[in-house]
Design a protein around this ligand. Sequence first.
Ligand SMILES: Cc1cc2nc3c(=O)[nH]c(=O)nc-3n(C[C@H](O)[C@H](O)[C@H](O)COP(=O)(O)OP(=O)(O)OC[C@H]3O[C@@H](n4cnc5c(N)ncnc54)[C@H](O)[C@@H]3O)c2cc1C
Length: 319
Amino acid sequence: MSAQEQFVKRLETDSPHLAVQRAAPLAPYTSFGIGGPADLLVVVESVTDLAQAVQFANATRVNWMVLGSGSNVLVADEGIRGLVIINATQGFEIDQNGLLVAASGVMLCELARWAVDEGWGGLQWAVGIPGTLGGATVGNAGAYGGSMAGIVCWARVLRSDGSIAQVPVEALGYGYRTSALKREHARDGRSLVLETAMQLERGDAGALAAEAASYDARREASTPRGRCAGSVFKRTAHYPAGYLIDRAGLKGMTVGGAQVSPVHANFLMNTGGATARDMRCLIERLQRRVWLLYAHHLDPEIEFVGDWHWQTSCTEVGL
Ligand SMILES: Cc1cc2nc3c(=O)[nH]c(=O)nc-3n(C[C@H](O)[C@H](O)[C@H](O)COP(=O)(O)OP(=O)(O)OC[C@H]3O[C@@H](n4cnc5c(N)ncnc54)[C@H](O)[C@@H]3O)c2cc1C
C-alpha cells in the first residue's frame, strides 16, 4: 500500500469525521483562483484535528503543507504532491489584560473587526487583510505602519519532529514580511502555527472604529477588484515595487490571462483563465524590465508553492 493510501486509511480509522479528497483542485482555495490539484486534501476545523492530520502525515511519511486562505501563494499548474491541509480552525479568547489567543485558522480581518468593536486596540491596521492568522504570523503581515511583529507575544507551533513548542516573539525572528518560521526550508519540514497570542490595549471604541474606517477607505480607493494575491513584490530598499513597475510603463501588461492591474501596478490579476505559468512569466518579465531599467531587483512577496518542475525560463521560450 502506498504511503498516501496508508495516510488515508489512518485518517479514516482514527478521525472518520475528516473527509479526504483525492486529486483536489486547489484553485478554489486561492485568492488568485489558480492552481492544479493536490494529491490529497483535507479541511480541518479544530486545532486538535490540525495537529493530528500533520502527525498522521509524518507517521506515514506523506509530504504535507498547510494553506490558510491561499491569499499569498501562487500554486503551480501541476499542483502539489502529497497532502494539503486547509486550515479552517476557529476560536479565540481574550483575558482581562488584553492577551488575545486565537486559533491559526481564524481570519485576521475578522479578528481585527471584533477587537475594534469590543474597544481593544492594536489590530486596526489588519481590518482589510484577507488571510488567516497563521499565514499572517508566518509572513509578518502588515499595513499602514502596523504589523504582526508589533503585537505577537508568542506562537504555539508544531515542529516538524512532532513536538509542540510555545515560541516567544523574540525567537520568531521577524523582519519585513518574513519570520524565522517562513525562513525554515520546506525540504527540512516547516513548523506549523497552531495558535498565536497577541497583546491588545484598551482603547476608545469610537476612535478605533474611525481609524479602521479610514483604512477601509484607503483600501477601497487603491485596491483593484478581482482575483489577485495583494502586493506581488516586496517594497525595494528605496522604492515601492508598484512605483517602479508603473514608471517602467508596465501597467496593463499581460501574459495570457495574467495582467498587471491598470489600477495598482503591484497587483497582478487573473483576468479569467490565467495559468500559474502565465502569472509566473508575467512576474519574471516585470523583474527583468525593472532590473534592466533601474537596476532594482523585485523580490516576490508571494510564495511559489507546489510542483514547479518546469525549468525553462519564460525568456527562453519567448513569453
Ligand atoms: C486583496 C488582498 C490584499 C492584501 N493586503 C495585504 C496587506 O495589506 N498586508 C499584507 O501583509 N498582506 C496582504 N495580502 C496578502 C495576504 O492576505 C497575507 O499575506 C496573509 O497573511 C496570508 O495569509 P493566508 O492565510 O492567505 O496564507 P496562505 O497564502 O494560505 O499561505 C502563505 C504561506 O504561509 C504558510 N502558512 C499558512 N498558514 C500557516 C500556519 N498556520 N502555519 C504555518 N505556515 C502557514 C503557507 O504554507 C504558505 O507558505 C493581501 C492579499 C490580498 C488578496
